[in-house]
Design a protein around this ligand. Structure first.
Ligand code: ASP
Length: 439
C-alpha cells in the first residue's frame, strides 16, 4: 500500500499540530509521501505564513527595511523547531531568502518559501528525505503547469525513494524560476505526487471531517458526505462548495485514485471519500446542495423561433463575442433564456442587447437580475422517482417561487433558480426534505 498524505496550513501551524501529524503518519506505514503546506493560523486572528511572506516581499519591493518582518516569519518556524526539540537551524536559509527578496526574486518565489521551509522542518521531524518541489514540478515559461513533464520527472525521482517530504504549492520553470499554483495549491501538489507514484490513496488532511452536505452558514451542523464521486464534487465545487482546490481533482481523476478528506484534529473520523465511481449507495437520495447568488437572466422572445434554425447559435455567439460565459440556457418554443453571472454581464449589458437585436431581431428582450442558482447534486437521484417532485413541494411549502429549472439527462443534478432573497430558505427547505426527514 502506498499513500500520499497532504497536510494543510492549520494542521501545521504549531509544534502541537506537527506532533498530531507525526502520530498520524507513524500510525500507518503506507503513509510514505508527505506534502506539507506552510504554517497556517494558530487561532482565528493569526496570520498565515504565506500572507506574511507576500507582505514582507511587498515591503522589500518598496525598498523598506524588512528586518522585523523577516524576524517575525523566522520566529514562526523557530517556535515549531523548539517545540519539537529539533536540532535544526534555518539561519542560512533565511539569509538566502532575505538576499533574494532584496534582489527582487518575485512574489511567487517569496510565497513558495513558506512550504519550502516547512518541508525542511517536516523532513527533519520525520527523518524522511526532503525533495525540493522546484526539482520535480515543472511550469512552462508562461507560468502554466506542465503536467506531463512533471509526471515523468516526479515518477523518476520518487521511484527509488521509500519515504519523502515534498513541499506543496510551487514548482519551477526549466531555468529554475520558482512559480506557484493559485492559493490553496498544496492540494494540487499532493494530487500530482499521488498520480506520479500510483498511490492507492491520497489523504488530504485538513481541519474539518470532510465535505458537508450543504453550507453550515445556512444549515447549522449539516451532515457530512461519506462518499462523493469526482463528477458530483465538480458540480458542487463549481457552485461554491469548497474544501479542496478544484484543480487537485484532475490529476487523480485521470488515474482513478481515490481521495480521502480527513481531519487532523479528529483522525478517527472517517471523513469524505472521493472516488471515480462506487456501488455504495449514498445515505440520502442527494449527495449535496450548493449554490450561489448573483445571476442574471436574459429572456428573448420571438414568434416562430422554433422554425429558425441556428437561432441559439446566433444568440450565444453574441455572448461569445463579448467574452461572457453562459451558465444555463433554458428554452421554450418561442423563448430562449441565457443565464449569466451578473457582475460579468453588467459592464457589457448594452453591447450585448444591441448585439442580440442585430443578430436575431427578437420581439421582446428583457433582463431579470438578482437570481440565485441552487444545484441539488446526487448520483442517487438517477434511480429514484419523485426527486424533482419532492424538491418542488418542499419549495412550495416554504413559499418560494421557482424561477428556473434545469436538469440534464445524466440526472446527476437539478439546478433551480430562485430570487436572491429566497436563496437561504430554499437551500434549507431542500436539505430538510432529503436529509432531516431521513435521519
Ligand atoms: N500556503 C499556500 C496558501 O496559503 C498554499 C496552501 O496552503 O495550499 O494559499
Amino acid at each position: 500500500m502506498k499513500k500520499v498524505v497532504k497536510f494543510g496550513g492549520s494542521s501545521l501551524a504549531s509544534a502541537e499540530q506537527f506532533r498530531k501529524v507525526g502520530d498520524i503518519i507513524h500510525a500507518d506505514a503506507a503513509r510514505r509521501y508527505v506534502v506539507p503546506s506552510a504554517p497556517g493560523k494558530r487561532s482565528s486572528n493569526d496570520t498565515k505564513v504565506t500572507d506574511m511572506l507576500y507582505d514582507c516581499y511587498a515591503a522589500a519591493a518598496n525598498g523598506d527595511d524588512i528586518t522585523e518582518k523577516i524576524d517575525a516569519i523566522k520566529s514562526r518556524y523557530q517556535e515549531i523547531i523548539d517545540g519539537l526539540g529539533l536540532q535544526l537551524t534555518l539561519d542560512e536559509e533565511f539569509s538566502v531568502i532575505r538576499a533574494k527578496f532584496e534582489e527582487g526574486a518575485g512574489s511567487e518565489y517569496a510565497a513558495s518559501r513558506g512550504e519550502y521551509l516547512n518541508g525542511i522542518v517536516m523532513a527533519a521531524f520525520l527523518g524522511y528525505e526532503f525533495i525540493d518541489a522546484a526539482e520535480v514540478i515543472r511550469f512552462d515559461e508562461n507560468g502554466t503547469f506542465d503536467a506531463e513533464t512533471t509526471n515523468e520527472q516526479m515518477s523518476a525521482r520518487l521511484e527509488a525513494v521509500e519515504r519523502a517530504v515534498i513541499p506543496g504549492f510551487y514548482g519551477a520553470t526549466a531555468d529554475g524560476t520558482i512559480r506557484t499554483f493559485s492559493r490553496g495549491g498544496s492540494d494540487i501538489t499532493g494530487s500530482i505526487v499521488a498520480r506520479a507514484v500510483h498511490a492507492d490513496l491520497y489523504e488530504n488532511w485538513t481541519d474539518v471531517s470532510g465535505f458537508l452536505v450543504t453550507d453550515p452558514h445556512i444549515v447549522p451542523n449539516p451532515e457530512t458526505i461519506e462518499t462523493v464521486t469526482y463528477r458530483e464534487l465538480r458540480e458542487l465545487s463549481y457552485m461554491g462548495a469548497n474544501v479542496m482546490h478544484a484543480d487537485a481533482i484532475f490529476p487523480l481523476r485521470k488515474e482513478g485514485i481515490p481521495i480521502n478528506i480527513k481531519n487532523t484534529n479528529r483522525p478517527e473520523d472517517p471523513g469524505t471519500l472521493i472516488v471515480e465511481s462506487t456501488c455504495r449507495q449514498p445515505k440520502f437520495t442527494i449527495t449535496g446542495i450548493a449554490g450561489k447568488k448573483g445571476f442574471c437572466a436574459i429572456n428573448i422572445e420571438k414568434a416562430m423561433m422554433n422554425t429558425e434554425i441556428g437561432f441559439g447559435r446566433k444568440v450565444l455567439q453574441v455572448f461569445e463575442e463579448n467574452g461572457i460565459s453562459f451558465e444555463h440556457v433554458p428554452s421554450g418554443i418561442d423563448t430562449f433564456t441565457v443565464i449569466v453571472h451578473q457582475t460579468e454581464f453588467m459592464e457589457k449589458e448594452q453591447r450585448v442587447i444591441s448585439g442580440l437585436h442585430r443578430a436575431v431581431q427578437p420581439d421582446t428582450l428583457d433582463l431579470e437580475s438578482g437570481l440565485a442558482l441552487i444545484a441539488v447534486v446526487g448520483r442517487g437521484m438517477r434511480a429514484q422517482r419523485g426527486t424533482a417532485g419532492r424538491i418542488f413541494s418542499a419549495l412550495s411549502h416554504a413559499h418560494i417561487n421557482v424561477k428556473m429549472i434545469d436538469q440534464g439527462s445524466s440526472e446527476l443534478n437539478i439546478i433551480i433558480g430562485v430570487r436572491n432573497e429566497d436563496f437561504e430558505a430554499a437551500v434549507k427547505a431542500i436539505y430538510d426534505i432529503f436529509v432531516l426527514t431521513h435521519l
